[in-house]
Write a protein that binds this ligand. Structure first.
Ligand SMILES: [Zn+2]
Length: 456
């Protein structure tokens, strides 16, 4: 086994230039999923990937349609008694605007010192090619004791609207034991990471109505409860002085971290000053008793996303508005449910809203939080591969946002994901001048090779 592993690493080392040339080709296809003008490029990118997979020895490669952009699938099955890894990736990229802030053309991969610049280099064509390169090295070398399957989607950057339906429709094709999703990142160039939790989301809209039309504040001010004031008072009461959310029962189902987990999170080399720099705020805020890293990953939140009422044009107008609206969202953590939080919001409003106004609260969407066991054998095999290549134990981290595909795969196929990746915080993903650290790209290839032989 050791011999195969070393040969595969050797193979990858010899093909470095070729792998970079491959990456240039795919980065140069402007596969922007949210743009109608790039529909043809989306198809070109999907076909390019299909050809690529066939060329490296992947079988049953297909470009399958969805209601949106196509999905590329394929497999490399050796023995039904071996475990099967489903490798996930997305070939779509974010739009490039504002174009004038780019120092190099976004769809012309440009190398400068240790960095390659271009849209999608870091998110995530670089990581996708790293996976393919590792698979090629392992297939050409042999000695694998694991089956591989592939799913490459083209709609990640627009929220994967058709992926759940696709997974449901192709359950057998995608049946596997674990998903490798290299679409999250490292903490820094030298510090690899594995993400073991994602927050869910509950999104609400509240409307408070007072008079049945806008009133003159001179004629009616003082006898009518202003709905903007009533709504503001309710919103202000949604947090207490310790920054805790006051919806009744909000924390009842929140998973409690043990001391070892808190110690592990404390290893993350991120300070309050980093957050101050990233945000430009004069001071941080949040729930008392928890560090910013804990508050971002392991604690739930309630945010006001928008407030609307009355006259917001230039100048002045003495209006007593008829209604006020707010968009409120909660980031949820295990084991909260968005439906339960909706009921808690309704109970809160029931209690707090005065009889002088009418109100309604709608739930616009909900997504479940996710916790992945970081001690399952395949995740440990990946952690081990990272440690072999980077020379340090990867840190375990919680992500504050959500990755819908992970939840879909877990709910529909019943498989957990290894969430990891090789992008760095300074890569400007989704921003102008997106870049990828080339030495980390090559380390990524070696990591995945080690992982494939670790699992076998
Ligand atoms: Zn991505």
């Amino acid at each position: 086994m050791t011999e195969f592993r070393e040969q595969a690493i050797q193979f990858a080392a010899e093909k470095k230039e070729q792998f970079l040339a491959d990456l240039i080709e795919i980065v140069n296809i402007p596969s922007i999923s949210n743009s109608k003008e790039n529909k043809g490029d989306m198809i070109s990118a999907a076909n390019w990937i299909a050809e690529y997979l066939k060329n490296i020895g992947v079988n049953h490669v297909q470009v399958l349609p969805t209601a949106g952009h196509p999905v590329v699938v394929g497999d490399y099955l050796i023995d039904p008694t071996f475990m099967t890894i489903l490798i996930y990736g997305h070939y779509d990229v974010q739009p490039v605007e504002p174009l004038d802030l780019w120092h190099t053309p976004p769809f012309e991969l440009t190398q400068k010192d240790d960095y390659i610049f271009g849209r999608g280099t870091s998110d995530m064509k670089g990581q996708m090619i790293a996976c393919f390169a590792a698979v090629e090295a392992a297939i050409k070398t042999g000695g694998l004791k694991v089956n591989l399957k592939f799913i490459l989607e083209g709609e990640e950057e627009i929220g994967s609207p058709n992926l759940a339906a696709f997974i449901r429709e192709h359950k057998d094709l995608l049946a596997s034991n674990i998903v490798l999703n290299p679409d999250t990142g490292m903490v820094g160039k030298e510090i690899p990471a594995i993400t073991y939790g994602l927050r869910g989301l509950a999104y609400f809209e509240i409307k408070v109505t007072g008079p049945d039309h806008d009133l003159h504040s001179g004629l009616f001010g003082g006898i009518v409860h202003n709905p903007a004031q009533a709504l503001s008072e309710a919103i202000a009461a949604m947090h207490d002085q310790d920054g805790r959310v006051t919806l009744p029962g909000f924390y009842d189902d929140v998973r409690i971290m043990d001391e070892s987990e808190r110690a592990e999170l404390a290893r993350l080399p991120i300070s309050d000053a980093d957050y101050l720099n990233q945000t430009g705020v004069p001071a941080l805020w949040g729930e008392k008793g928890y560090t910013p890293i804990e508050r971002l990953g392991a604690r739930p939140t309630l945010e006001v996303n928008g407030i609307y009422s009355g006259f917001i044009g230039e100048g002045q107008k003495t209006v007593l508005p008829s209604y006020a609206m707010a968009k409120i969202s909660c980031r949820l953590v295990p084991n909260q449910s968005h439906e339960k939080v909706y009921q808690q919001l309704l109970a809160f409003l029931q209690e707090k809203m005065p009889p002088t106004v009418k109100w309604e609260a709608k739930k616009l969407s909900g997504g479940a939080p996710l916790l992945i066991d970081p001690n399952q054998p395949t995740t440990l095999a990946f952690a081990n591969a990272l440690e072999t290549v980077f020379g340090v134990k990867p840190v375990l981290k919680l992500e504050g946002g959500s990755v819908p595909v992970t939840t879909d795969l877990q709910e529909i196929l019943g498989v957990q994901s290894i969430l990891t990746g090789f992008s760095c915080p300074e890569d400007n993903v989704h921003s102008p001048n997106e870049k990828f650290h080339l030495p980390t790209f090559y380390k990524g290839i070696d990591t995945i090779i080690h992982f494939l032989y670790n699992v076998g």
